[in-house]
Design a protein around this ligand. Sequence first.
Ligand code: GLV
Ligand code: GLV
Length: 324
Amino acid sequence: KTPRFLVTREIPEPGPSILEDAGDVEIRDGMSADELREAVTGGEYDVVVSQVSDRFDSELLSKARIRGIANYAVGYNNIDVAAAAEHGIAVGNTPDVLNDATANTAMLLLLGAARRAHEAAKCLRDGKFTGIGPKLLVGQDVTGATLGIAGMGRIGKAVARRALGFDMTVIFTQRPPEDRAVSDDELDDLAGRVRQVPWDELVETSDYLSLHVPLTEDTTHLVDADVLRRMKSTAVLVNTARGPVVDENALVSALRDGEIFAAGLDVFENEPELADGLADLPNAFLLPHVGSAEVGSRAGMARKAAENAVAMARGEKPPYEVTP
Ligand code: GLV
Ligand code: GLV
């Protein structure tokens, strides 16, 4: 029987071509939870190519009549992977192809927040630029500053390499709040150029704190009011990981009260909603979850998601499989 693929939101080439070569493809323009439920439980599709905004909880998965979920993302916190496994549903993601793009976004946020890019651009467009000034929009030093990386995985390492290029000092914690010793082998080219520290030290000594952990129970609200209080008052928080890793209401208070200098955020706790007051803060530099939004990166994600989907439809192990 010809496999049937459901793509919940249009993905770039070569995704659609790869799927069309292997079976019938239906591409939707985003799906509500009800529409997703109907499609997934209806028995009409073999594999769903999903977005991080599509939630597959254990209840839905227990009724699902599909063989696999090919998530168009590296993160898969939108899927209960254990429940999927229990019901024989394969799950795949799109690792590596977005490491550089996401690390570029982290640097964009770091620099933008440090150098007050949002305020500066607004000043100009509001017609308030009256000429170069010694005290106009002065931000934080970057060169020589210490970057703390929470989570030295594929993306964390790509950020570390960039920061070293800016002559920053790089420290990291592997799996905050707990730490796991990382060997020089695992650090490959970064061995001897970055230093592992306990989470408390990362929080208290970093001039920039950049988050690169997956969202799990352990990392939910990893950065809470207490952590924000312990950070330097000149510090900048950068989040390209997942919104719920930060207590967004606590962050709004911290930014408002000057507990930290600024934040650069690409992800939010309740996307697409923002916490009350966040968008009004001049020291919040905000992007709409575009971490991987480079042409090449997105094409790579489309290829990996489609290759996963085709393998799942054939009952084969997907090349980029996620297991509990
Ligand atoms: C995007 O957020 C991803 O996980 O790829
Ligand atoms: C600034 O424009 C400078 O020349 O220092």
